[in-house]
Design a protein around this ligand. Structure first.
Ligand SMILES: Nc1ncnc2c1ncn2[C@@H]1O[C@H](COP(=O)(O)OP(=O)(O)OP(=O)(O)O)[C@@H](O)[C@H]1O
Ligand SMILES: [Mg+2]
Length: 455
């Protein structure tokens, strides 16, 4: 999925997000540029920095959704974080460097999971052998000192032969599931003790040190002997073996490379850290956070417990409503590091109608599926869809414009009765037409005060 063309990327996004073509194009180009950069000869390659993007648009028009979808179908390490979550270095809270650490952590886990999946077969085989050892312990030579060629060659031969035969028989039973009800004793590693849990990750994180890992190595690994059913024991063993089979050093190395070369960090709510300093109490560190962001966006080395990670080629996509605040309220240095600005349009009736029905995860499909679990069939007539979309636009104009999120509140209200009564309606079919929608929602819509509270 690494080499999708811009048109292919947009096509993927189109499956879930209606409109917002300019934003889709920009992220598609930025993504393709990563791939292009990797084809450029090395000396020039290092000179090519990513062009970071700011997505600007009112609330609920698909900014986060674009990023989320992008993360699902690209193979790039991807991390989304709210900029408002950070505090300036030195204050209590999360410092901005933690996002790079989190991105790496995430990537390592993903690669590790992939690798474990790849060695699954092998791990299962080893686990099976271990299980057979457990079910049928190998007999120790009665007297190792005497276990020479002397008296009993013949007997040990046949003994080990019959031993092997039993083992194979047992294997057959195991595979057929005939031992599924049996219990075996096995040592199970306990998770690290709760005491350690309390300390961990509170402040040490900044240094890239993880208490749990540090102590984990020192503390005796606590295991507990438990009785476990055979299938479950097999599963545990296979997991352990898969872990042993994966070369973690290699995984870490590749993860760091992947993050450095194709990582994407999505900085949501960037406008929340912009704005003039006005002594609004706890806000004083906003500009500090922006300053902390600079070196990371510009390219620097972040210390992690796995080693340094260079951020030079990580792509940053920032997003914000920029309602009262403008991108020009960000500190100038930061503005300069986000050269691409895309605006997302606010949504109206036409888009709402499409959002309700077209995406692969369309809202109406979700409700239909939910209600179907009760054995009730709901269908929406086109006229109903239009009506919901129209009301959504009206209410957005009349009260607060919350974009496509309005559809969620409307749908809940519209279907409230059906959602409540569904268990009693088993086997029925309900068709929702324009009239049904109007009956349910018109009064509320027309009373501004009511809509403020209910929709
Ligand atoms: N253009 C769109 N097409 C399809 N669904 C959309 C679109 N815009 C918004 N949605 C839906 O509306 C909801 C909110 O969208 P999203 O989270 O992307 O908003 P946002 O632009 O990030 O807003 P905010 O500024 O509040 O974070 C999501 O459930 C999303 O699926
Ligand atoms: Mg958002």
């Amino acid at each position: 999925m690494d080499n999708l063309t811009p048109a292919q990327i947009v096509k993927q996004l189109d499956k879930y997000i209606i409109g917002q073509d300019q934003a889709k194009r920009s992220v598609a180009i930025a993504l393709r540029n990563r791939w292009r950069r990797r084809q450029v000869p090395p000396d020039l390659r290092d000179e090519i920095a990513p062009k970071n993007i700011i997505m600007i648009g009112p609330t609920g028009v698909g900014k986060t959704e674009i990023a989320r979808r992008l993360s699902l179908f690209t193979d790039s390490p991807f991390y989304k974080v709210e900029a408002s979550k950070f505090t300036e270095v030195g204050y209590v809270g999360r410092d901005v460097e933690s996002m790079v650490r989190d991105l790496l952590e995430l990537t390592i886990n993903r690669l590790k999971a992939n690798e474990q999946e790849a060695v699954k077969e092998k791990a299962l085989q080893i686990a099976e052998e271990r299980m057979l050892d457990l079910l049928l312990p190998k007999p120790k030579p009665a007297n190792p000192l005497q276990a020479g060629p002397e008296p009993g060659i013949a007997t040990t031969e046949t003994e080990s032969e019959s031993q092997a035969a039993t083992r194979e028989k047992l294997r057959g039973m195991l595979r057929k599931g005939k031992l599924d009800e049996r219990y075996v004793d096995m040592d199970i590693a306990e998770r690290s003790t709760p005491v350690v849990e309390i300390f961990s990750n509170v402040g040490m994180e900044e240094m890239g040190i993880n208490f749990k890992d540090m102590l984990g190595g020192l503390l005796p690994k606590s295991t507990k002997r438990r009785k476990v059913k055979v299938p479950q024991a097999l599963e545990i063993m296979a997991k352990e073996e898969a872990q042993n089979l994966v070369d973690m050093e290699g995984v870490v190395k590749r993860a760091i490379e992947k993050v450095e070369q194709s990582g994407i960090i999505f900085l949501d709510e960037i406008d929340k850290i912009a704005g003039k300093e006005g002594g609004h109490g706890p806000d004083v560190s906003r500009e500090g956070v922006q300053r902390d962001l600079l070196p990371i966006v510009e390219g620097s080395s972040v210390t992690t417990k796995y080693g340094p990670v260079k951020t030079d080629h990580i792509l940053f996509v920032a997003s914000g409503a920029f309602h009262t605040i403008k991108p020009s309220d960000l500190i100038p240095e930061l503005q300069g590091r986000f050269p691409i600005r895309v605006e997302l349009a606010s949504l109206g009736q036409a888009e709402f109608a499409r959002i309700l029905t077209e995406p692969e995860n369309a809202l109406l499909l979700q409700y239909i599926a939910l209600i179907r679990t009760e054995g009730v069939q709901v269908a929406f007539e086109q006229e109903a869809v239009e009506e919901i979309a129209r009301i959504a636009e009206d209410v957005n104009n009349l009260t607060e414009n919350i974009g496509a999120r309005r559809l969620h509140t409307l749908m809940e209200k519209l279907l409230e009765e059906i959602l409540f009564d569904a268990p009693d309606l088993k086997g029925t079919k309900i068709v929702i037409d324009g009239k049904y929608v109007l009956d349910r929602l018109k009064d509320i819509k027309e009373d501004e005060d009511l809509s403020r509270y209910i929709l």
